[in-house]
Design a protein around this ligand. Structure first.
Ligand SMILES: Cc1cc2nc3c(=O)[nH]c(=O)nc-3n(C[C@H](O)[C@H](O)[C@H](O)COP(=O)(O)OP(=O)(O)OC[C@H]3O[C@@H](n4cnc5c(N)ncnc54)[C@H](O)[C@@H]3O)c2cc1C
Length: 332
């Protein structure tokens, strides 16, 4: 079931006609994979009035942009999008198909994979091509990393979270084609209809883009302690991140979680406080340039990945850091 499949596809999701950065990041990675395989890279875009904008994706690495531009595809709707994508994959037969692990991508990818009866690895943190030209999909699992292959079915499908791959610099001199494709949606049953869409503006700079991240874990202990984390972040102009327990406790918001089921960050400086360093968290900070850990247990695994470690009760250390940084700021 692998014969006749060629090419690398990237689903580039749009919201209100704007491409989400994860799609562009995947085009950068897709380009590498396509070059390694000696195959074509195609971007797939669904939406309304997106045809003209689609050309820009060539600059991000696509050889070809497939566009399905229809009013019904303005916003993501599972049945309509899954129908279009499944039909196109069946017709065009790409060998590799990458999608962003956004809310919509996490819905679309398994729906399409199920219909195509192929495999899907969710939330990959690395993608490679092995010697036989197969896609190696690396995901955090079993307290380590697992390399997954889809040897017998095609396409080889993977979702990747925003921020895992770098945004490529657009090259306007690149050439490629935009191909508009028609798909008949009249007979498709849309079982869950989108009635209205509210877009909530994120608070402050997104974690994935922050140059400094101060993250707190279960060791913070209570809401009063969490305030210290926020104060330290504020004085450093940093974004606040968290492990899972602060979410469960209600100290942090869901969009602040870093790790396997949260976000991937790549700051210049990451300060992890009261965090043990379980794999599920650490996979989200692999690309941080400098990691500082504050933990009162010298055996905490976070110290294995930290560049600088402070073994201490954070309640003693963090107020001192806040005062010092404030002073430094005041003296310029
Ligand atoms: C499928 C799955 C997905 C998951 N996804 C994620 C994810 O995306 N992100 C994530 O973070 N977790 C995730 N988890 C949870 C993960 O396995 C860990 O449970 C979690 O990361 C632990 O968080 P923690 O380090 O804050 O807590 P703990 O492991 O409880 O560590 C707390 C640390 O604080 C230290 N400490 C205690 N008191 C102090 C003090 N006063 N001063 C300084 N240090 C102190 C302790 O020594 C300890 O090392 C996932 C789990 C599963 C099963």
């Amino acid at each position: 079931m692998t014969e006749g499949y060629r090419g690398v596809w990237v689903f580039v999701e749009q919201k209100k006609g704007e491409f989400l950065p994860v799609g562009l990041q995947l085009l950068g990675k897709g380009r590498e994979i396509a070059d390694r395989l000696g195959e074509k890279l195609s971007a797939l875009v669904l939406g309304r009035d997106v045809k003209d904008k689609a050309k820009a994706l060539i600059g991000y690495g696509a050889d070809e942009v497939l566009v399905v531009d229809q009013p019904k595809l303005e916003d993501y709707q599972t049945d309509l999008y899954a129908h279009v994508v499944t039909e196109l994959v069946q017709k065009e037969r790409p060998s590799v198909f990458l999608l962003g692990a956004t809310y919509n991508g996490r819905d679309l990818a398994p729906t399409v994979a199920g219909r195509l009866e192929t495999g899907l690895s969710s939330d990959c943190t690395r993608l490679e091509i092995d010697e036989e030209g197969r896609l190696v999909q690396v995901v955090p699992a079993f307290r380590g990393m697992a390399s997954i292959l889809c040897p017998d079915r095609r396409p080889q499908m993977a979702t990747i979270r925003p921020g895992v791959f770098r945004l490529p610099a657009p090259d306007e001199s690149r050439t490629g084609t935009v191909r508009e494709v028609q798909v008949d949606l009249e007979t498709v049953e849309n079982r869950a209809e989108l009635v209205e869409l509210y877009l909530q503006e994120p608070e402050g700079k997104p974690l994935e883009e922050a140059e400094t991240v101060v993250a707190g874990g279960a060791g913070i202990g209570d809401l009063e302690g969490w305030k210290l984390i926020e104060d330290l972040a504020q004085v450093l102009g940093a974004a606040v991140g968290a492990t899972r327990p602060p979410l469960d406790e209600g100290w942090a918001r869901e969009d602040q979680m870093i790790g396997q089921s949260g976000k991937t960050v790549r700051p210049d400086l990451y300060i992890g406080i009261g965090i043990s360093g379980e794999t599920q968290h650490v996979v989200g900070i692999e690309d941080a340039k400098v990691v500082v850990a504050i933990n009162n247990d010298p055996g905490a695994p976070i110290f294995k990945v930290a560049d600088y470690g402070i073994v201490a009760d954070y309640r003693k250390v963090v107020p001192v850091l806040i005062e010092r940084f404030k002073k430094l700021k005041n003296t310029g």
